[in-house]
Ligand binder design. Structure first.
Ligand code: TRP
Length: 430
């Protein structure tokens, strides 16, 4: 069975938070440990340039995110773990995809549309403060995915549109240039797809409502204390629906644990006690990784070496595929093109196969050169299909097939043997 290939990336624009952990890092690490799965995980640092113009922050974030993946149990021997900007094939593929994607498709991308809507609401130019990076974001992401022919892309629900776009891009390219790409699908862990943040909106760097993945326990406690709740007093039944606290708990807890908290809500647990339960539950999972993380953060050289090895593995896939794609679209060595043209004309100049039926009802073929001289004559076949198969064999194997076909052919005219050999050689060179 073909392994299923998982691929996902995290933009290196900040410190990884629990939303990244639950929505991406944890399911990705779990998937990578499954038999029959091949994993490609990367640091999307080209993507970070869209929003961030602080070089030191990008560098710092790259280190933090790499250390987080490794601390979360990613085994770089088992998976292909790399940095996007170490793979020059990705921006090249981005351009190929740019040329098969309608502008209207990108006009409809959520992130771009949100920026435009915000500008419209503020009564400024719709494209005010929108850079082309934001507009082309889905193309770069499509290249990330298609470059490695990923089947499954674990992402949060907000990224599903991008995966669908990547599918469409792959499809358009395949349609035009032949089958080169696997069409990817989003893989969402439904219970945990989007983790709410401190204020109840999606946990996101852009909302400044995150809980850092490796916050020290004291900081974790402070942040959890700031999770927005309603003002119901201890003893009053609480609503799990729409409770950010409950949803975050659920993302870490087993079904039984979740059920117990649900019951506690109904029984009127105080918000303070519920927050204490959440703190303990998160800390139980994260604390063992925290030490590894701190150690790795002190060893940037070690992480650099891991990423370099990952890039070599990734490029072993990307470089040959890119060569194939360049050829497919017509970016070819000039002699490669002219060779084909030359041999094509050689084919028509030297000789062509003709298949026909005689009055005896049997089927025949012959190889005729430009002067009309018959270079090779077949004996009779009962079925036209068999005659066709012999022609195909001669086209593929050339003169070397002659011997095994003696039974089906008339003896070669010695005066025409040299021309026959030249013609067969030219045919097989195609
Ligand atoms: N856009 C993703 C995010 O912000 C990061 C990303 C970039 C990505 N390229 C990708 C995710 C390819 C999955 C596959 O979360």
């Amino acid at each position: 069975m073909q392994p299923v290939r998982f691929l996902t990336g995290i933009t290196t624009s900040g410190t990884p938070h629990l939303g990244n952990y639950v929505g991406s890092i944890r399911p990705a690490v779990r998937a990578s440990l499954t038999a029959g799965v091949e994993s490609f995980y990367f640091l999307a640092d080209y993507h970070s340039l869209i929003k961030i113009d602080e070089p030191a922050r990008i560098q710092r974030s790259t280190l933090e995110i790499a250390a987080s993946w490794l601390a979360a149990g990613l085994d770089p021997e088992r998976v292909t773990f790399y940095r996007q900007s170490d793979i020059p094939e990705i921006p090249e593929l981005t351009w190929f995809l740019t040329c098969v994607t309608g502008k209207g498709v990108l006009n409809r991308a959520h992130a771009y549309k949100a920026a435009v809507d915000k500008n419209l609401a503020a009564a400024v130019d719709p494209d005010s403060d929108v850079n082309m990076g934001l507009f082309m974001y889905p193309l770069l992401m499509g290249a990330d995915i298609l470059m490695f022919n990923a089947h499954k892309v674990p992402v949060g629900r907000d990224q599903v549109q991008h995966i669908e776009m990547a599918r469409d891009m792959g499809n358009s390219f395949n349609h035009r240039y032949g089958n080169h790409f696997v069409l990817p699908e989003a893989a969402i862990e439904d219970s945990v797809a989007t983790l709410p943040g401190l204020d109840g909106r999606k946990m996101s760097k852009s909302y400044d409502n995150t809980i850092p993945m490796f916050a020290q326990r004291a900081q974790l406690q402070k942040l959890i204390a700031s999770i927005v709740t309603d003002s119901r007093a201890p003893g009053e039944a609480k609503d799990t629906h729409g409770s950010a606290l409950f949803q975050i708990y659920q993302a870490f807890a087993s079904a039984e644990e979740t059920q117990a908290l649900r019951q506690a809500y109904a029984d009127g647990i105080s918000w303070a006690d519920a927050k204490q339960m959440l703190l303990e539950r998160i800390d139980r999972e994260i604390a063992p990784m925290r030490d590894t993380y701190q150690t790795l953060m002190q060893e940037p050289l070690r992480i650099e070496a891991i990423l370099a090895a990952g890039a070599a593995k990734a490029r072993a896939v990307a470089t040959p595929l890119m060569q194939e794609l360049r050829h497919a679209v017509g970016l070819r060595k000039l002699q490669a093109t002219s060779q084909v043209a030359a041999s094509k004309s050689a084919k028509s100049i030297l000789a062509t196969f003709k298949q026909y039926r005689e009055k005896d009802g049997k089927f025949y073929f012959k190889l005729v050169d430009v002067n009309g001289d018959v270079l090779l004559q077949s004996l009779a076949f009962d079925a036209p299909k068999v005659a066709g198969q012999c022609i195909a064999t001669l086209q593929q194997q050339g003169a070397s097939a002659l011997e095994s076909m003696q039974e089906q052919l008339e003896a070669v005219n010695p005066a025409r043997r040299a021309r026959l050999m030249a013609a067969l050689t030219a045919l097989t060179a195609l």
